[in-house]
Design a protein around this ligand. Structure first.
Ligand SMILES: Nc1nc2c(c(=O)[nH]1)N[C@H]1C(S)=C(S)[C@@H](COP(=O)(O)O)O[C@H]1N2
Ligand SMILES: [Mo]
Length: 301
């Protein structure tokens, strides 16, 4: 079996456990088999979210932001079938001693897959709790040996309007680009995800490999990555370039720093009726607040 059930999530707390288990069976059979075989698995790494219900699989995979496939929430699940996820390579380059173009199969074999249940909080004030499959970004970065000049990491999504119809429209400057400070990128919570709910990553969630940075707004978690570049200057990131007064480079979840057009104090957990309080750093303050010691979070929003 590819995946052991995380022993600190009680079955009763998993909203749609039956779906979860069905998906896991799927991995043993059809299309998932090749990938499952290529994914070494380290069981049992699940964190503080055990008190929370997982967002149902159907919501996680049908309510998405992936503007390359349209700006409506249902567009990616309808349209992302045109994305071809094999063959796929990820170039890791820039300020590194050992630049390398990784084949996705090599990535899946080289970096043992863990399950991580993380909250994802969109800047639009909705949120989900998702069981991701993946491995720490830091493991990949260490493999290419960053130079002493590396201070930031830039991530780039595939640019191919033929596969990504949304890129034929100028809703955003393409390709989608995101960035992290090197210490944020090396933080053990920062994940490169290759699956969710025990299944290979659905196209609409950013197949075959996407970033997950749980203490930042969802837009930092860039999908369908083809290039990771270590750089000495802060990268120009897509949403910051498009609307600089609304979206900063840091994009840390912060209930006390409102978006200019709406409050960030509360969020709607998808599948729940009532709004709930948004937590500083999305609830990960104990792990990540140190990264921002002494910084004015209103200025560096
Ligand atoms: N390439 C790319 N990555 C992207 C986006 C996008 O439009 N294009 N949307 C972002 C936003 S705004 C959010 S909230 C998350 C949503 O991830 P999910 O659909 O897997 O929940 O993806 C992020 N990554
Ligand atoms: Mo978002």
């Amino acid at each position: 079996m590819l995946i052991k059930r995380p022993n600190d999530i009680r079955a009763s707390e998993i909203t749609d456990e039956s779906v979860y288990w069905n998906r896991r069976d799927f991995i043993g059979t059809t299309a998932g088999a090749a990938v499952a075989a290529a994914m070494p698995f380290v069981p049992g790494f699940v964190r503080a979210e055990q008190d929370e219900k997982l967002t149902p699989y159907d919501a996680v995979t049908s309510y998405n932001n992936f503007y390359e496939f349209g700006t409506g929430k249902a567009d990616p699940s309808r349209n992302a079938h045109t994305l071809r996820v094999r063959p796929w390579t990820v170039a890791v380059e820039g300020e590194v001693h050992k630049p390398k173009v990784f084949d996705i199969e090599e990535i899946l074999k080289s970096f043992p897959t863990e399950e991580r249940v993380y909250r994802l909080r969109c800047v639009e004030a909705w949120s989900m709790v998702i069981p991701w499959m993946g491995f720490p970004l830091g493991s990949l970065l260490r493999a290419v040996e960053p130079t002493s000049r590396a201070r930031f990491v830039e991530f780039v999504t595939l640019h191919d309007p033929e596969q990504m119809p949304g890129q034929r429209r100028n809703v955003l400057p393409w390709p989608y680009i995101e960035g992290l400070r090197l210490d944020e990128a090396m933080h053990p919570l920062t994940l490169l995800a290759t699956g969710l709910y025990g299944e290979i990553l659905p196209n609409q969630n950013g197949a075959p490999i996407r970033l997950v940075v749980p203490w930042k707004y969802g837009f930092k978690s860039i999908k369908s990555i083809v290039r990771i570049r270590l750089v000495s200057e802060q990268p120009h990131t897509t949403w910051n370039v498009a609307l600089p007064h609304e979206y900063g480079f840091y994009a840390n979840v912060n209930p006390d720093v409102d978006h200019p057009r709406w409050s960030q104090k509360k969020e709607r957990r998808i599948g729940k009726l009532f709004k709930q309080d948004t937590l500083l750093f999305n609830g990960y303050a104990a792990e990540v607040a140190d990264l921002y010691a002494g910084m004015d979070l209103t200025r560096y929003f």
